[in-house]
Design a protein around this ligand. Structure first.
Ligand code: NDP
Ligand code: NDP
Length: 316
C-alpha cells in the first residue's frame, strides 16, 4: 500500500494486523497472516517462557516476513519473555495492559519496533510520550481485555488520531474491509483484527470455541469485571456466575475468587464452553465460516479497495 506509515514502519504489504490473542494465536496463525502480506502476532500472555520460545523458533522457520509478539505488561514472567524476544530477533512487539515507559527504549535499542495498545486518548498520549512507534486504539466493541471508559471505536479512533503524531492502528469491531475503510476515514492507518482470525484453521483455539464463535449472535457478549480487569465475555455459565455476583455488589475479592485461575485456558483452549472464560468481540455476530487465514487477509483487502472506490465515486 502506498503512502502508508504502518506498512512502511512494519515492512508489510497490507496494513492488516491479526491481534495477539491469549490461547488463540500461536505461531501457526501468526506466520500464516504474515505470509499472506499482513502482520501476524503471537499472543504471549498465555505462554510459559519455554512455550513462547518454541513458538518463536517455529515462527522464524515458517516465515521470513515480519511478525510480532503481543506481551501484556502485567504478565508474571515479563523479563523472561522480553529476553527471549531479543534473543530470537523478533522484529516487532505489541505491548498492552500496562505502562509502556519501562520497556520501550530497551526494545528499541535492539532494533525492535514497539506498538502499544490503548483504550483511551489519555493513555495514547502517555504511550506517545513513552516513545512508542505506533498505537493501537482499541474500542469498546473488542473482545477480551478492554478499557474502563467504554469508548466505542467510532469515538476513540478519531480522538486518538487527532491527538497523536505517530500512526494509529484501529481495533475493536473490525472484521471486514468495509470496516477497515471506515477506520481509515476516521484517521487510522492500519487495522488490528482479533475475533475474525479465531475462525481459521490455523488458530490454536479449541474447535468447540471456534464453533461457538460461528453461533454467537447480537447481544451474546458483554463487558464484565470492571472492578477487576474489564473484559468482554461471551454469555455462558461462567458469565452467569460473574453477572450474578456483580448484580449483588460483590467486591473485588469475591470477583477474583469466582474468576479463579486458568479460566481462559479452560474455555478457549480446552473447549469447556460452560465453565470456561470465552472472549470474543461484538463483531463475532457477523462471523459464520472458518477459512484459512490467508483467505481472510485477501478478502478484507479486496473489500477495502472496493469500499474506497465506491466512496471515491460518490465524490466524482
Ligand atoms: P489502570 O488504571 O489499571 O492503570 C495502571 C497503571 O498503569 C497506572 O499507573 C497507569 O497510569 C498506568 N498505565 C496503564 N496503562 C497505561 C498506558 N497505556 N500508558 C501509560 N501508562 C499506563 O489501567 P486501566 O485499567 O485503565 O487500563 C488497563 C490497561 O489495559 C491499560 O493499559 C490499557 O491500555 C490496557 N488495554 C489492553 C488491551 C489489551 O490487552 N488487548 C485492550 C484495551 C486496553 P496513571 O496512574 O497515570 O493512570
Ligand atoms: P490466570 O492467572 O487465571 O492463569 C494463568 C494462565 O496463564 C494459566 O492458564 C497458565 O497456564 C498460563 N501461564 C502462562 N505463563 C504462566 C506463568 N509464567 N506462570 C503462571 N501461569 C502461566 O490468568 P488468565 O488466564 O486470566 O490470563 C493469563 C494472562 O493473559 C494474563 O497476563 C492476562 O492479563 C493476559 N490476558 C491478555 C489478554 C489480551 O491481551 N487481550 C486477554 C486476557 C488475558 P497453565 O494453566 O497451563 O498453568
Amino acid at each position: 500500500m502506498k503512502n502508508n506509515r504502518i506498512c512502511e514502519l512494519l515492512d508489510i504489504q497490507y496494513p492488516i494486523i491479526q491481534a495477539g490473542m491469549v490461547w488463540c494465536s500461536g505461531w501457526e496463525l501468526a506466520s500464516a497472516v504474515s505470509n499472506a502480506g499482513g502482520l501476524g502476532i503471537i499472543g504471549a500472555g498465555s505462554m510459559y517462557p519455554h512455550i513462547l520460545e518454541e513458538h518463536l523458533i517455529q515462527c522464524n522457520a515458517a516465515t521470513n516476513r515480519p511478525y510480532a509478539v503481543n506481551v501484556p505488561l502485567l504478565y508474571v514472567a515479563l523479563e523472561e519473555h522480553m529476553e527471549l524476544i531479543i534473543k530470537h530477533k523478533v522484529p516487532i512487539v505489541f505491548t498492552s495492559a500496562g505502562n509502556p515507559k519501562k520497556w520501550t527504549a530497551t526494545l528499541q535499542s535492539h532494533g525492535i519496533k514497539v506498538i502499544h495498545v490503548v483504550s483511551s486518548r489519555k493513555f495514547a498520549l502517555k504511550a506517545e510520550q513513552a516513545g512508542v512507534d505506533a498505537i493501537v486504539a482499541e474500542g469498546f466493541e473488542a473482545g477480551g481485555h478492554n478499557g474502563r471508559e467504554e469508548t466505542t471505536s467510532l469515538c476513540l479512533i478519531p480522538m486518538v488520531a487527532d491527538a497523536v503524531n505517530i500512526p494509529v492502528i484501529a481495533a475493536g469491531g473490525i472484521a471486514s474491509g468495509k470496516a477497515m475503510a471506515a477506520a481509515f476515514a476516521l484517521g487510522a492507518e492500519g487495522v488490528q483484527i482479533g475475533t475474525r482470525f479465531i475462525a481459521t484453521q490455523e488458530s490454536s483455539a479449541h474447535q468447540s470455541f471456534k464453533d461457538k464463535l460461528l453461533a454467537v449472535d447480537e447481544g451474546d457478549t458483554k463487558l464484565m469485571l470492571k472492578k477487576l480487569v474489564p473484559v468482554r465475555l461471551v454469555k455462558n455459565g461462567f458469565f452467569k456466575r460473574v453477572a450474578e455476583a456483580e448484580a449483588r455488589g460483590a467486591d473485588v475479592n469475591e470477583l477474583a475468587a469466582i474468576l479463579g485461575r486458568g479460566k481462559a485456558k479452560k474455555g478457549m483452549f480446552e473447549g469447556d464452553l460452560e465453565n470456561g472464560e470465552l472472549e470474543l468481540g461484538q463483531i463475532a455476530a457477523t462471523v459464520d465460516v472458518i477459512k484459512p487465514a490467508a483467505a481472510i487477509v485477501e478478502e478484507i483487502w479486496q473489500e477495502f479497495t472496493d469500499a474506497c472506490q465506491r466512496m471515491g465515486s460518490v465524490i466524482a
